[in-house]
Design a protein around this ligand. Sequence first.
Ligand SMILES: Nc1ncnc2c1ncn2[C@@H]1O[C@H](COP(=O)(O)OP(=O)(O)OP(=O)(O)O)[C@@H](O)[C@H]1O
Ligand SMILES: [Mg+2]
Length: 428
Amino acid sequence: MSIGVVLLLQSKGCLMEVLTVAATASLVKSMIEKLGQLWKDLIIFWDLDKECDITKDMLTIISIVLADIEKKFITNERICPWLSQLQDATYDVDDFLDDLQIEKQRSKGKFPAGAIWDFLSSNNQVKFHYKMVKKIKRINTRLDKSMEEKRNFQLVERNFVMEEDIARRETFSIVDESNVYGRKEEKKKIINLLTNDKDNEILSVLPIVGIGGVGKTTLAKIVYNDKEIKKYFDPIVWVYVSMKFQLSKILEKIIECVSRKGCDVSYIEAKVNKLETMISGTRFLIVLDDVWNEDAIKWEELTTILKCVSTIGSKILVTTRSERVARIMGTFDQFRVDPLEFEYCWKLFEKRAFQYVDEEEKESCINIGKEIIRKCKGLPLAAVHLGNLAGLREVDWCIIRDSNIWQTTEYWNGIMAFDIFRSSLLFL
Ligand SMILES: Nc1ncnc2c1ncn2[C@@H]1O[C@H](COP(=O)(O)OP(=O)(O)OP(=O)(O)O)[C@@H](O)[C@H]1O
Ligand SMILES: [Mg+2]
């Protein structure tokens, strides 16, 4: 952490919190490493891998959450007690590993190497095994509770937090359609809706809605680049909106895209005037990608301006994860994007995952890969990210397939899970 950041946080009175986050993160990380190092020697030896697998997955998720809290300077008065509980649970994992170590040392030499089941069948060892199963299950319950409580935080994010995320997610209109699988029907339906003007509306809004990573932006891109669309609308503009819905910024982006140069005015009024001279009397299409704004007033300001400069038949195509956003913005019924068919998700994955794998290894991985893709439930984003973990061996794919991460809400909340897979593999 830089001195500047420390000073900034100190001035905000939250240095203690940040230092505790850093300390807890390092403690959790060291425990994941320790679990990995002692896996064969102690955990498999004591036949505790099923329970410890859950512990390791939860610690991995927690370590990513902590890194996120640290990176985003999230502060909250309830974080300190939460961190302290988490530290206690992590120390318990350490104690648990120590107990395994001590018991192994104590009974060394009594049993032939590798005879784990003979070893466990001894009365004392069976008792010890049960005691340790109970112990690790208790730890897992505590960790699970910690993860649950983390979700209840009213996390306060500072404004500058989001800049980095926004930059990372920013989209553009270009797409290589030969790499887009399926979506032909959906594309046709959207184009029909956009180019069918029987209602003589001046400006209509069609929201494309679906869960994160289902392919809304991709669908909007193939519509945007279609010949018929380009013939029907002029100008056509792609605007990435993001979580920050700023009227002035959106106007500026439209001006820049239409004029193909920078916007040289800064006042909103000047931007409106400029836009008016540029697109007045045209039938335009504006794609607003990734909209989160649920404030109807802000939305109305934008549509009022665009309605005033538009002629009949102009359209706005919106992509959003939120049905509420779609209800506020849409004049058309929302267009739902369903998960992608299994065959397409498989193709997406296969193309990436087996790039650097020889034919023999590919053969043995195909069935595991298919099981993994079934777990992706039609989310192309999941298939892409998993496929991009290219070059893995059969054993790595098995770990991913059998991971508990599939059951966590973190997984279904998006991309974070793929970092988790990556980290879990690193620790093995
Ligand atoms: N039909 C498809 N064929 C091939 N790749 C696809 C398809 N749909 C989506 N993808 C890929 O999946 C990933 C996620 O797609 P996309 O960004 O369109 O999802 P989204 O629904 O807009 O997600 P978000 O809610 O995060 O904005 C991208 O890498 C994209 O290239
Ligand atoms: Mg998108």
